[in-house]
Design a protein. Structure first.
Length: 368
């Protein structure tokens, strides 16, 4: 090789190395979030997925390659410790210098509290700062609007209501019949599956397309701060993806319309963000939000609702033992189906998130 060609080859190799070094190494916890990050990074780079597609994030052992992805990361996007408390230690150990974004804590994120009961009475979704629900007493104007059949929330410090799960002031209000998450270290409830490790909020927030839209901007902002050269691409991709999600929301609403008002039971309480976004409430859940084994009393509650209140469908999940669903269904004529909150069987990438949400609506419609 001539000296001139050698110099050219070295220059090309070095410039290529520098170009790739400018694109941040990104690690993401679960496939739905990985899909959103992939969409924002389109044309620039690709993130690494830490938790295998379809695996339950509640308990997981990292593979060597997944641990390496964390170790190499400049940026880490994850739901947060409410979903994967074990991952907090892994990030601290393997990626102590990485910029870490817990999306559940991002500004504008709709957060819902865990539902404790096996049966979702009145389909109350708990209290959250940004979102106001249909089927929930209106809190938009507490000073002017008082509702019949609803305990007054105007002054939560003075008025505590029996029989209503008041989440506005958890520090002062503890309710009979409601498992309080405010002080997990001190308050343990008999017959209640403990959420100490998972925090007070339901972490399955990616099942809200509204949250996904918020997070696209958060992701673009974090990527742009780390990689200003490609900021325009990141924000353009995020804007396009938000428009795509708007179309997805309209599509899903249309899919669900023929079966609105029908009753279904889910395997574990992972879907209230989807329920809230699409005004499509479940009647109950076999297991609580962290997918721990339900107590015999909880199973009995679910069986009672199935037999007494005309449940149309009971839905299993691919990540968990279908035997529990069979136990609950014993003697029932309700149909069965499968809901998948994580995208098991889907190819990781930008298309996974919309397919995941679309598949939830199709599974519900087919079962109901």
């Amino acid at each position: 090789m001539s000296r001139k060609l050698l110099i050219l080859s070295l220059t090309t190799a070095l410039s290529g190395g520098l170009a790739s070094a400018e694109v941040p190494q990104v690690a993401v916890d679960i496939a739905p979030v990985h899909s959103l990050v992939t969409r924002v990074m389109d044309g620039v780079g690709a993130p690494n997925l830490v938790i295998q597609v379809g695996a339950s994030p509640h308990e997981y052992n990292l593979r060597p390659s997944e641990a390496q992805a964390l170790q190499d990361a400049n940026l880490v996007f994850w739901i947060g410790s409410d979903l994967t408390p074990w991952l907090a230690d892994a990030i601290q150990t393997l990626a102590p210098n990485a910029s870490t974004t817990a999306l559940l804590e991002s500004e504008g994120t709709i957060e819902l509290e865990f539902r404790e009961s096996a049966l979702f009475e009145a389909h109350a979704h708990g209290d959250h700062d940004e979102d106001k629900h249909a089927d929930h007493d209106d809190h938009d104007d507490h000073d002017e609007d008082k509702h019949a059949d609803h305990d007054d929330h105007d002054d939560h410090d003075e008025d505590k209501h029996a029989g209503h799960d008041d989440h506005d002031d958890h520090d002062e209000d503890k309710h009979a019949g409601h498992d309080d998450h405010d002080d997990h270290d001190e308050d343990k409830h008999a017959g209640h599956d403990d959420h100490d490790d998972h925090g007070a909020h339901d972490p399955h927030a990616w099942l809200s397309p509204q949250n996904a839209k918020t997070w696209l901007n958060v992701i673009a902002s974090k990527l742009s701060a780390a990689d200003p050269k490609n900021a325009g691409i990141y924000f353009s991709n995020a804007a396009t993806a938000r428009t795509e999600i708007d179309a997805l929301i309209a599509e899903v609403n249309l899919t669900l319309e023929p079966v609105r008002g029908m009753n279904f039971i889910v395997f574990h309480d992972a879907y209230q963000y989807f329920e809230n976004d699409f005004d499509f409430p479940a009647s109950g859940a076999i297991s609580i939000g962290d997918a721990s084994d339900p107590s015999p009393a909880r199973i009995q509650e679910i069986q009672g609702r199935i037999s007494n209140e005309g449940i149309d469908c009971v839905l299993a999940e691919p990540q968990f033992n279908p035997g529990l669903v069979a136990t609950v269904m014993d003697g029932s004529e309700a149909k069965t189906g499968i809901l998948d909150p994580l995208g098991a069987g889907l190819q990781p990438g930008a298309k996974l998130y919309p397919e995941l949400i679309r598949n939830l609506s199709k599974a519900l419609t087919n079962c109901l």
